[in-house]
Design a binder for this molecule. Sequence first.
Ligand SMILES: CC(C)(COP(=O)(O)OP(=O)(O)OC[C@H]1O[C@@H](n2cnc3c(N)ncnc32)[C@H](O)[C@@H]1OP(=O)(O)O)[C@@H](O)C(=O)NCCC(=O)NCCS
Length: 160
Amino acid sequence: MKTGTLIKSDGVRLRAFRIRDYKEVLRLWKRTEGVGLNESDTRSAIATFLRRNPRMSFVALKHGKIVGAVLCGHDGRRGYLHHLAVARRYRKQGIARQLVAACLAQLKEVDIHKCSIFVYANNVAGMSYWKHNGWKLRDELRIMQFIPAVADAAVFCRTC
Ligand SMILES: CC(C)(COP(=O)(O)OP(=O)(O)OC[C@H]1O[C@@H](n2cnc3c(N)ncnc32)[C@H](O)[C@@H]1OP(=O)(O)O)[C@@H](O)C(=O)NCCC(=O)NCCS
């Protein structure tokens, strides 16, 4: 998909997520079950993400209002989607399908052919969505995470 291309279907327009959309998208994410927000979701963190992954993340608009959003990025090896959300009253109209397809098309453009998502284990409906749409659960994997700031603080406390 070319930069700035709009997809039109049933009055829904898709376009690249711009930082000026932040407030409206944050409101959508806050209302959406299964979307967990943290320090990576501040305005400046999202601005950094969008700059690092230009034209990969999308919003869906109906009558000029944002009704869906997704973040997409890659690390040069794998693509990742975050915070796919569609406002309740606009669900089951194919909006998420269009958002995800737009992201996967952009990943393909940069030769990234595998994409992963993080889903809370208790997000049964979310898991069901991905499975229904052909995404495979990698149940042989677990996510592990290291937070240097926390570790540094622990070292500092041990030595102070
Ligand atoms: C999951 C979510 C994004 C789906 O949005 P949506 O716009 O309703 O999805 P679509 O209309 O594009 O659905 C595409 C297909 O998935 C199916 N589908 C939608 N929600 C589904 C669900 N919860 N379980 C199984 N299938 C589902 C649709 O029926 C459609 O199937 P079809 O192609 O066979 O007709 C939306 O329900 C949502 O925002 N949920 C809360 C946030 C969340 O859990 N996000 C994902 C986890 S990170």
